[in-house]
Design a protein. Structure first.
Length: 555
């Protein structure tokens, strides 16, 4: 057993030795291979670097040298071209100078040849000239003798004329002295008197000519203006409702007034707080008054009160709900009114914000005239006038519709409504001609297009027609008084009367101070001063009356 165990142990030891030897051999082999591979990689890298250096040395450097040589050659060519061009220019200049010299030489040769021919002809003519000179000398002597005789005769005549002139001057002086004694005026005073008389006659004649020219111009201008205005009036018709600052709401019975007021006035206070409109409950039978300057808020209040009366439930919470609902409905009606106006006028491409402002004009009045109806009428008149004048009718329509859009801007702006409307149109990219017409229709800015005066005229026609507008009594009386005072400020005016609701003033002048021709000029001056210093709708007719009354008494 011991032998077997020893052999077994020896076999195991031998197997372990063989395994360890194989492992060591594999390890040494792998290590040697790794070192060999690393050395091979190093040698390969060195060879690559060497090859790259050789390539750069053998290929890149010669290429760079070739490029430098090419650049130097190209630069040399450019310099040679420039030098050749310079030489060519110099040769051209020398050739030009040489050509000019040759031309001058040729000109001199031609001049010398002509001079020689002239000298030859002069030499030929000199012989004939000598003969002619002798003849002329003889004739000159005869003429000199005749001139001497004529001079002596002229001197004798001058002496006689001088004596006659002195005698005439003495007679004139004596005659002037006699005239001065007879007239009682000096020569200077008589001249001034005559000059004043001539100036007066010239003024009368000039006034007559001015009257004739003005009448002719008025005839032509009135004819054309009537044609355009009549065409516009024939094609345009609009109905206008005069609106006040007070709306009336009819109720079924006076018992509803107590419900509107509410307990201790809480309903009426809530209604006024929600709408911003004053509610007037007085002794008027079956009616309640709503007072406010804003027509939109007044319309909201009117419709809200009608709905509350129909519903019967009147308390603060219900009032707020109804007012909010009606406000939304009014806003929709504003947009619909703007859209209807735009569709009726066939205005395309208007911004929605401008359409909303157009709709708000329905609830705004100016001198009692509805602004939307006035704007639509102005647009139609402007379009018709533009068509008659050969202008763009679409731009005239837009400008006429938008000319008063600044009146309904909700923000508080300290500017005239024309400028506010112009800025609004510019904000929404309207045509520059439309913006200028909107801003210039009250002359706040200069008119830069032909549409602007058309819109201004259409606005005046719409506002000045009978029944279109009304004014406050106080302002009306002030305007009439100012008209009379202004016309009475002229020299020679006796009495002034404003008639036809301020559309005409009649001026009665003193016939001793104002002539017929001066009366015509006075009417023109008064109208010009009224136009310059006053603001008024439409036009004011100035009538100057001059009459002579002769009174005698039989006793």
């Amino acid at each position: 057993m011991s032998m077997t165990a020893a052999l077994l142990a020896a076999g195991v030891a031998l197997g372990l030795g063989v395994l360890i030897g194989r492992y060591l051999l594999a390890f040494l082999t792998q290590r040697t291979l790794g070192q060999a591979r690393a050395e091979a990689d190093r040698l390969r890298a060195d060879a690559a670097r060497t090859i790259e250096q050789e390539r750069r040395t053998q290929v890149e450097r010669p290429r760079e040298e070739v490029d430098r040589a090419r650049q130097a050659l190209a630069q040399g060519r450019e310099e040679a071209k420039r030098a050749a061009l310079h030489v060519k220019q110099r040769l051209d200049q020398r050739q030009e100078k040489l050509n000019r010299r040759i031309q001058r030489v040729n000109d001199r040769e031609q001049a010398l040849q002509k001079a020689a021919e002239l000298i030859e002809s002069l030499g030929q003519g000199a012989k004939n000239t000598q003969k002619n000179a002798d003849q002329l000398r003889q004739r000159a002597q005869r003429l000199f003798t005749e001139a001497e005789q004529a001079r002596r005769e002229v001197e004798h005549q001058e002496a006689s004329v001088r004596h006659e002139r002195e005698a005439i001057e003495q007679m004139q002086e004596a005659y002037l002295r006699k005239l001065e004694q007879a007239a009682g005026l000096s020569q200077r005073e008589a001249k001034e008197h005559l000059l004043e008389q001539v100036l007066s006659e010239v003024r009368l004649e000039a006034a007559s000519h001015v009257k004739a020219i003005r009448d002719e111009a008025k005839l032509k201008a009135n004819r054309e203006a009537r044609k355009i205005i009549l065409t516009a009036i024939q094609r345009t018709a609009a109905s206008h409702a005069i609106e006040n600052t007070v709306s009336v709401v009819n109720i079924q019975s006076d018992d509803m007034k107590g419900r509107i007021i509410g307990r201790e006035g809480r309903n009426i206070r809530a209604f006024e707080a929600a709408t911003g409109i004053e509610v007037i409950v007085d002794d008027t039978p079956e009616a309640v008054l709503l007072s406010g300057f804003d027509p939109v808020r007044r319309e909201v209040a009117r419709l809200s009160l009608i709905k509350l009366l129909q519903d019967g439930r009147i308390h603060p919470t219900r009032i707020e709900e109804v007012v909010q609902k009606v406000s939304a409905e009014i806003e929709e009606e504003i947009v619909e009114a703007g859209e209807r106006a735009v569709i009726d006028l066939r205005v395309h491409g208007l911004h929605p914000a401008l359409i909303r402002h157009v709709g708000r004009m329905r609830y705004r009045t100016s001198y009692g005239q509805n602004v939307l109806a006035h704007s639509m009428e102005t647009a139609r008149i402007a379009s018709l006038m533009a068509a008659e004048l050969g202008l763009d009718t679409d731009l005239a329509l837009r400008a006429g519709l938008l000319h008063d859009v600044g009146k309904v801007v909700e923000e508080k702006i300290d500017q005239p409504h024309a400028l506010v409307g112009m800025d609004l149109c510019r904000t929404y990219k309207e045509h520059p001609d439309v913006c200028n017409a909107v801003g210039a229709h009250h002359d706040e800015i200069e008119m830069e297009c032909l549409i602007a005066p058309v819109v201004q005229a259409a606005d005046a026609i719409s506002g000045a027609r009978p029944g279109a507008r009304r004014e406050a009594l106080e302002n009306y009386i002030k305007r009439l008084r100012k008209l009379e005072d202004l016309a009475g400020s002229f020299e020679g005016v006796g009495r002034v009367y404003a008639i036809q609701a301020g559309r005409e003033i009649r001026v009665i002048v003193n016939h001793e101070l104002v002539s017929d021709a001066q009366a015509e000029q006075l009417a023109h001056d008064i109208s010009a001063k009224i136009q310059h210093e006053m603001q008024y709708p439409g036009q004011v007719k100035v009538t100057v009356i001059r009459e002579v009354r002769s009174v005698a008494y039989a006793t």
